[in-house]
Design a protein around this ligand. Structure first.
Ligand code: BGC
Length: 256
């Protein structure tokens, strides 16, 4: 583990892995963007190996960095992936992906759920705040006074007899139903969250948030992936805890 002084001096490569695109941005330790926000398409058959290749390509364009932050679209604990609903089927369970990235790029890595990483970058840090991300899948992050609560895979709660939230308001539903009907569903989901969680503030992010056109309460705000990726800087400021660990390079591997 680098000491605090060391950490403060190093820029961070922040990566946000999505079902459609893998995004990257170089950040100062304070979260200021030092590079273009850059995206490459997520490989069609997104296996760990093929995603590593894209991460390597993105890292090569980003200049100097000392640490890497990764937001992963599934359930992740201590750098190990348990689920990845929108990447290659059956290829991710138990994969030590944080360690693989660290070995590949040769830098320390911290990896958490993608919506959680965005949450760290977006919230005010006051009271109970929820971040929902609308992309290929439906991301959720819950934070209390700026601290992440345990990651819940709310995307996979059933919302009716046949669908979970990913099916109901994910990208496939938007493309199939069109913006009007999708917005009706999104409004229903926001209503469910309001009733169930009584959040102080709700943030609506992810690539499809720009299509949300319903009237929103004052404590609900539309945000962008570009703002969310800045959570990668906060990820290096928080303490290691039950789900978060720093993974340092052990060996060199090549992605090919
Ligand atoms: C996954 C979540 C993820 C979300 C957004 C869902 O399918 O289960 O873990 O945060 O998609 O990528």
């Amino acid at each position: 583990m680098p000491n605090n002084q060391d950490k403060e001096m190093k820029n961070i490569l922040s990566i946000d892995i999505g079902g459609s695109n893998i995004k990257a941005c170089l950040l100062s330790p304070e979260g200021v963007a030092l590079s273009e926000y850059t995206k490459l398409p997520t490989p069609g058959n997104a296996t760990p190996e093929s995603v590593l290749i894209v991460i390597k390509q993105l890292a090569a364009t980003m200049g100097d960095f000392g640490h890497i932050s990764v937001g992963f679209p599934g359930y992740v604990k201590l750098g190990v992936v348990y689920t990845a609903a929108n990447l290659a089927k059956d290829k991710w369970r138990g994969i030590e992906f944080g360690q693989m990235i660290s070995d590949l790029i040769g830098k320390p890595v911290r990896m958490i759920n993608d919506a959680d990483q965005q949450g760290l970058g977006l919230v005010d840090g006051k009271g109970f705040e929820i971040v929902l991300t609308f992309g290929t899948g439906f991301g959720t992050a819950l934070l209390f006074d700026g601290e992440l609560l345990p990651h819940l895979e709310l995307a996979h709660l059933p919302v009716n007899k046949t669908k979970d939230y990913d099916d109901y308001i994910g990208d496939k539903a938007l493309k199939k139903l069109g913006a009007k009907e999708w917005n009706e569903r999104v409004a229903r989901v926001i209503d469910i969250y309001k009733t169930v969680f009584n959040y102080d503030k709700l943030y609506l992010g992810g690539g499809n948030a720009k299509y949300i056109d319903s009237k929103l309460d004052e404590n609900v705000k539309i945000v962008s992936n570009r703002e969310g990726i800045k959570g990668g800087a906060i990820l290096w400021k928080i303490k290691e805890k039950y789900h978060l660990i720093t993974l340092s390079p052990k060996k060199s591997i090549t992605a090919s």
